[in-house]
Design a protein around this ligand. Sequence first.
Ligand code: ZN
Ligand code: ZN
Length: 413
Amino acid sequence: MRAVLIVCDGLGDRPTRALNGLTPLQAARAETLSRLAEHGECGIIDVIAPGQPPGSDTAHLALFGYDPFRVYPGRGAFEALGVGIELSAGDVAFRCNFATVNDDWVIVDRRAGRINSEEARALAEALNDIRIDKVDGVQAIFYHSSEHRGALVLRGEGLSRMVSDVDAHKAGVKAHMPRPLEDTIEARRTAVALQEFVEKAHKILKDHPINRQRVEKGLPPANALLPRGAGTLPRIEPITKLWGIRAAAIAGGGLYKGVAKAVGFDLINVPGATGTVNTNLGGKVEAAIKALGEYDFVFLHIKATDSVSHDKNPHRKVEVIEWISRELTPLVKTVLDKGYYIALTGDHTTPCEVGDHTGDPVPLVIAGPGVRRDGIGKFDEISCAKGGIGRIRGIDLMRILMNYLGKVPLFGE
Ligand code: ZN
Ligand code: ZN
């Protein structure tokens, strides 16, 4: 028995004035999604807890069956795993921006004029030789990912993710020097090592030939790194062991690949899967169909619904939903023909009128053999709320799916 879980990021929405009071899902003509609802049982999910706006990382932990309040290890490690960095237990990873600061460390541009990948990669190479002298046994490794983005890994004994961000998250103010966020030796050691790295990086970057050229051309120099979001690997039982399944993930965005990798999914790379509205969704769907031949459980992530919601573009969200529905048609057909299971939901609500994540529940449909059809014929927030699954928490979803796969042991005699 096999199952596929499709998560459309930021899928949920609210009644929208520009759509005559409908949600984008209600306004969309999405035949395949309606067909799924007809064949399945519907409900709504409070992904973290009722009213709690989820980040995408905590939301996915919950949908994969983990309690994010207990196991969330900060965002940094997910980002690092997502760009292909191998992390070990004890590593502390940070997301980083190349940025422009003035002589007083006031942030002039958080993205150094969105420096291109080629220049940023050359700058990253110059940071390879930085040694941490003030803390024994700690090594700093910096990786460039794309454009102005990168990841920093501090490796060594006795480090902690409880350190504050260097990034002030806005321009015009001073970058923060890292502080320990708890009174432990580990947090203090990490803050000292991070500060030393950031200061040494600044010294190297400000005199780098690439930055001299940028200044000559009138471009902001990428003269500082602004680490943020310290994180470690989560201390959890991998999803494969927990349920006794082979599990594969298909995603474009680095964060989603990172969360999936951290909980034990195999990553399947699809050319052209970019984590944007221009992604190769057809290729991802094809890869999901193929993966169902080898894996018990396949996770497919689609980012575009969230991107257009942050852009506050409800008409575009309707189009994106209709496009996703069309592209999913062969996958839904395969799953229903073969008698596999399929679940489709979002990781949170991102109302187009708000442009950010909110704590409203998201719609859910599950279809497959033996699922109790509940007579709901349309997949949207309002229709699904009347469905047989009712209202559940994100953490419940995996057990419901694994029950259909016969993977949940009996509790009691
Ligand atoms: Zn999300
Ligand atoms: Zn978002």
